[in-house]
Ligand binder design. Structure first.
Ligand code: F6R
Length: 622
């Protein structure tokens, strides 16, 4: 949430910063702004709305400079307006700050500063930072005064934040700070970059250093100095990134979301290539987890938010049904304020596409602390599932399963979800194989099915995209949708509904099909279409009966089903077709037409599919 970029070096800073913001815009797009030091003065240009507006303003306000910071905002405190846009400055125009995060004690600091005569121009929490910093700066700062003022400021702030700071008296210095919100430094030749996400830096360098919590860095054209919050000098070395998956181009697709839907066969294949060995081996899965995880785990707890929470629900089904391990799935945002009593020998799994979701990280950190306090009474492990192994998640968990989903730009998750599901299939099979809860034959059959998935996803996209687009045209005016599924496809009903709400702004609910008659069926009439996931398997007939109950209330029925399924054909008004597949593997296929349905409805309505209103890709605030 919110994106920060910074540059110091020998090139013209503005275009580098604006291009960086473009690559971070998925983190928020309520406003954007840039600050540079030009001819000994601090210049700040800000605009409400998307980056396009800032670009336009910059055509007439040119401030050539070799140093600058920039920001794209997702509003937390204060409406999306120019006066609330970052960078924020102190009242003397000496200091400019961009922030990603929330300053929890800003009211108290603001009151203090107002008493001292400071005047504020925004409703944001961020504005207290430059004002406070300015109050710590001597009239003629020199040497380390800027750094010392930053340290004093940072030690007063409570909350989770990442900062980029410029001071007019230091025209070749950017100071950045990380406290529970991500920041990465890029190393060039006589130039240095910083950003909330490496995507903004990769066009310039692949040599990076991820700041850790509690670190301050000073960037000048001659190098980077690293400190802790006591200003003790730290030494860590940058590393080279593997840039194979860092592509942020649409590659000819109209939207990133559509491109990412099309990438899903490759994502599944990549996950299989990394983690599946020859079926003839004793155990065909090689996740290489700590052996204690396999021996000690008596129950599993999954912590996640949003779409990742839906992946966790499928994970629960797999871990319980294939590996026989009792599993619970918790919303991280709820769990952190009402944790369950600790059970010994628990494996906690944090699932997060970005690896930066504040609630998920906080819930995992809390569990880590609780486990440390109790470690003599049982064995606890914390595992992460993410497509961003370099993210903050790595600082909280003991081990990561890299989903190999690659970077996702569309705000609505598609390929990340599929990659998370794949990780759960492999994890459940790994446990099942090691613990002998499934026969070798059964495991080999499932593995065989997994290997067919890339081709089957490709088939759905190739054969169904046009049909689904045609169906979507009928629903651009629809106000409400219901999605139903049972068993392993209940989470897919939730995910289908979430995709639709997020990008088309149509109210949609996902329900376990059997629950409809306990209340939600009262919503149904001819104006409320029902999407039912009915693939061959244990709950097939049950879902069809539930769909019939909806039809009897005049609901228009759309089935996610196979065209070879004659019974389904006779029940549904429209079919979003998927190939015949074992029910166990079906979520990987049934979610694809639902992603396409949501995509096409939103695109037909002319909405901003990749940057839906009020949302951001990385939810780094609570
Ligand atoms: C929905 C979506 C969100 C995220 C949620 C958690 O399409 O993307 O619901 O799933 O914000 O984000 P991560 O997975 O980054 O922790």
């Amino acid at each position: 949430m919110c994106g920060i970029v910074g540059y110091v070096g020998t090139q013209e800073a503005t275009s580098i910063l604006i291009n960086g913001l473009e690559r971070l815009e998925y983190r928020g797009y309520d406003s954007a702004g840039i600050a540079t030091v030009t001819r000994g003065e601090l210049h700040c240009v800000r605009a409400q709305g998307k980056l396009f507006n800032l670009r336009q303003k910059l055509e007439t306000e040119v401030n050539p400079s070799q140093i600058g910071i920039a920001h794209t905002r997702w509003a937390t405190h204060g409406v999306p307006a120019e006066h609330n846009a970052h960078p924020h400055r102190d009242m003397y125009n000496r200091v400019a700050v961009v922030q990603n995060g929330i300053i929890e004690n800003y009211q108290e600091i603001k009151a203090e500063l107002i008493n001292q005569g400071y005047q504020f121009t925004s409703e944001t929490d961020t504005e207290v930072i430059p004002q406070l910093l300015s109050s710590y700066l001597p009239a003629k700062p020199q040497g380390d005064d800027f750094l010392i003022a930053v340290q004093k400021t940072v030690n007063r702030l409570q909350g989770a934040f990442a900062l980029g700071i410029l001071c007019v008296d230091y025209s070749d210095e950017i100071i950045i700070v990380r406290h529970q919100a991500p920041l990465v430094i890029g190393f060039g030749q006589g130039e240095f970059f910083c950003a909330s996400d490496v995507t903004a830096i990769v066009p310039h360098t692949s040599t990076v250093l991820y700041l850790e919590n509690g670190e301050i860095a000073r960037l000048t054209p001659i190098g980077v100095e690293l400190y802790d919050f006591e200003l003790k000098r730290l030494r860590r070395f940058p590393r080279n990134l593997d840039l194979t998956h860092v592509s942020v181009d649409k590659d000819g697709f109209k939207h990133f979301m559509l491109k990412e839907i099309h990438e899903q066969p490759t994502v599944v294949q990549s996950c299989l290539d990394h983690y599946l060995k020859n079926e003839a081996e004793d155990n065909p899965i090689c996740l290489n987890l700590d052996p204690q995880i396999y021996t000690n785990t008596q129950q599993i707890m999954i912590l996640a938010c949003g779409t990742s929470w839906h992946a966790g629900l499928v994970g629960k089904y797999l871990l319980e049904q294939l590996a026989g391990i009792p599993t619970s799935v918790q919303y991280a945002s709820e769990y952190r304020y009402a944790p369950s009593p600790i059970l010994p020998n628990t494996l906690t799994i944090g699932v997060t596409q970005s690896g930066e979701t504040a609630d998920t990280l906080a819930a995992l950190s809390m569990e880590k602390q609780r486990y440390l306090n109790l470690s003599r009474e049982g064995k606890f492990k914390i595992l992460g599932i993410t497509s961003r192994p370099e993210s903050s998640l790595a600082q909280v968990v003991e081990q990561i399963i890299n989903t190999h989903g690659g970077i996702e730009i569309g705000v609505a998750s598609t390929k990340s979800f599929i990659a998370q599901l794949m990780s759960f299939y492999l994890l459940a099979l790994d446990f099942a194989s090691r613990r002998g809860t499934l026969s070798r034959e059964k495991i080999n059959n499932i593995v065989k099915g997994l290997r067919q998935l890339p081709g089957q996803i490709e088939e759905i996209i190739r054969e169904q995209n046009r049909t689904i687009e045609a169906i979507a045209h009928q629903f651009s005016e629809t106000q409400d949708f219901i999605f139903i599924g049972r068993g392993i496809n209940f989470p897919i009903a939730l995910e289908g509904a979430l995709k639709l709400k997020e990008i088309s702004y149509i109210h949609a609910e996902g329900y376990p099909a059997g629950e409809m008659k306990h209340g939600p069926i009262a919503l149904l009439d001819a104006k409320v279409p029902v999407v039912a996931i009915a693939v061959p398997g244990e709950v097939h007939d049950k879902v069809l009966s539930n769909a019939q109950e909806a039809k009897a209330r005049d609901a228009r029925l759309i089935g996610v089903s196979s065209l070879d399924d004659r019974v389904a054909l006779s029940v549904f008004d429209d079919i979003l077709s998927v190939p015949m597949v074992d029910e166990l593997l079906s979520p990987i296929l049934t979610v694809i037409p639902l992603q396409l349905l949501a995509y096409h409805i939103a695109a037909i309505k002319g909405l901003d599919v990749d940057q839906p209103r009020n949302l951001a890709k990385s939810v780094t605030v609570e």
